[in-house]
Design a binder for this molecule. Structure first.
Ligand code: NAP
Length: 247
C-alpha cells in the first residue's frame, strides 16, 4: 500500500493500515516530514516513484494546490482523498481512479468510482466504507471531512450553554461528551427522530429548548452550504491549468 502525501491525514491512514497488518510505503515533499514518518516506524521517501512502483493500491493525500506537482501515470487503483478534485482530473495519474472522503478521526470512508473488491478491502481496513455517487463527495467533504471541527463546535456551544446555566465547565463537558457517545446506540434502539419524541413531552422542558433552537438549526444548514461554496471556489482555482492528459 502506498501513501503519496503522508501529512496529517495520510499519516493517520498509514498508521491505521499498519495496525491492520498492511505493509505501507509513504512519500512526502521535505526531509523533515520524511524523518517524522521514519520516527513513527514508517518507510518513507521524498520521492514518489518507490511508493508508486512498490504498491498495489496508491492513496493520494496531498493538498488540493499540490496535485499539479504530482506526476505519475499508473494502471493500478489510485484512491484520492483530495478535496474538490474530480475523478476526471485523477485520470491524469491513473487509469483506475477513485475519489474518496474521510476525516481525521477515520470514522467512515465514502468512495466513488467503479466498484473494486481490492479497493473496498483496503478502504475497509481504514474505516467502515460506503460506495457513493461522485456528486455526493463534495457535500460529504463538508459533513464528513470538516465534520470533526463542526461537531466539536456544536459540542462546545452546548458546554458553554451548560456553564451559562450554572454547571461547572468540566461537568458540562463530561455530560455533553457522554451524550455524544450514547447517540449511536440510542439511534439504533429508537432512531434519532423517534428519540426526540420520546424525550420531549408535550408542553415540557425539552420541547421548549427544541423550539428555541430552530434559528440555530437553519444557521447550521447555511454554514454547510457556505462551506460547500468555498470548496467549489477552491476546486475551480486549483483546476485551472491542470493537464487534461489521460493515463
Ligand atoms: N486533514 C483533514 O482533516 C482532512 C480530512 C479530509 C480530507 N483531507 C484532504 O487530505 C489532503 C491532505 O490534507 P492534510 O491536512 O493531511 O494536509 P498536510 O498535512 O499538509 O499533508 C499533505 C502532505 O503532502 C505532502 N506533499 C506535498 N506535495 C507533495 C508531492 N508532490 N509529493 C508527495 N508528497 C507531497 C506534504 O509533504 P511535506 O510535509 O514534506 O510538505 C504533506 O506531508 C487534502 O487534500 C485534504 O483535502 C484532509
Amino acid at each position: 500500500m502506498g501513501i503519496v502525501g503522508a501529512g496529517a491525514l495520510g499519516t493517520r491512514i498509514a498508521l491505521r493500515l499498519r495496525e491492520r497488518g498492511i505493509n505501507v510505503l509513504a512519500s512526502v515533499r521535505t526531509e523533515e516530514s520524511r524523518s517524522r514518518l521514519e520516527s513513527l516506524g514508517l518507510r518513507a521517501y521524498t520521492d514518489n516513484s518507490p511508493v508508486v512502483e512498490g504498491s498495489d493500491v496508491i492513496i493520494l493525500t496531498v493538498r488540493p494546490g499540490d496535485v499539479k506537482q504530482v506526476d505519475f501515470c499508473v494502471n493500478k487503483p489510485l484512491v484520492s482523498f483530495v478535496a474538490g478534485v474530480p475523478l476526471d482530473s485523477l485520470r491524469r495519474l491513473s487509469s483506475r481512479p477513485y475519489r474518496a472522503m474521510t476525516n481525521i478521526g477515520l470514522t467512515l470512508v465514502a468512495v466513488s468510482g467503479e466498484y473494486d473488491e481490492t479497493v473496498n478491502s483496503v478502504l475497509s481496513a481504514i474505516a467502515p466504507t460506503v460506495w457513493v455517487d461522485e456528486r455526493l463527495v463534495d457535500p460529504l467533504t463538508v459533513l464528513l471531512g470538516s465534520g470533526p471541527a463542526i461537531v466539536a463546535e456544536l459540542a462546545a456551544a452546548l458546554v458553554r450553554a451548560g456553564v451559562n446555566a450554572g454547571i461547572p465547565w468540566d461537568l458540562a463537558k463530561r455530560a455533553v461528551l457522554s451524550l455524544m457517545e450514547s447517540l449511536p446506540a440510542l439511534d439504533k434502539e429508537f432512531s434519532m427522530e423517534r428519540l426526540q419524541q420520546l424525550v420531549a413531552t408535550p408542553g415540557g422542558v425539552t420541547i421548549k429548548a427544541l423550539v428555541e433552537m430552530a434559528p440555530a438549526v437553519a444557521h447550521i444548514s447555511r454554514a454547510v452550504e457556505a462551506a460547500l461554496g468555498r470548496l467549489s471556489d477552491i476546486a475551480k482555482q486549483h483546476s485551472e491549468g491542470l493537464s487534461r492528459r489521460v493515463c
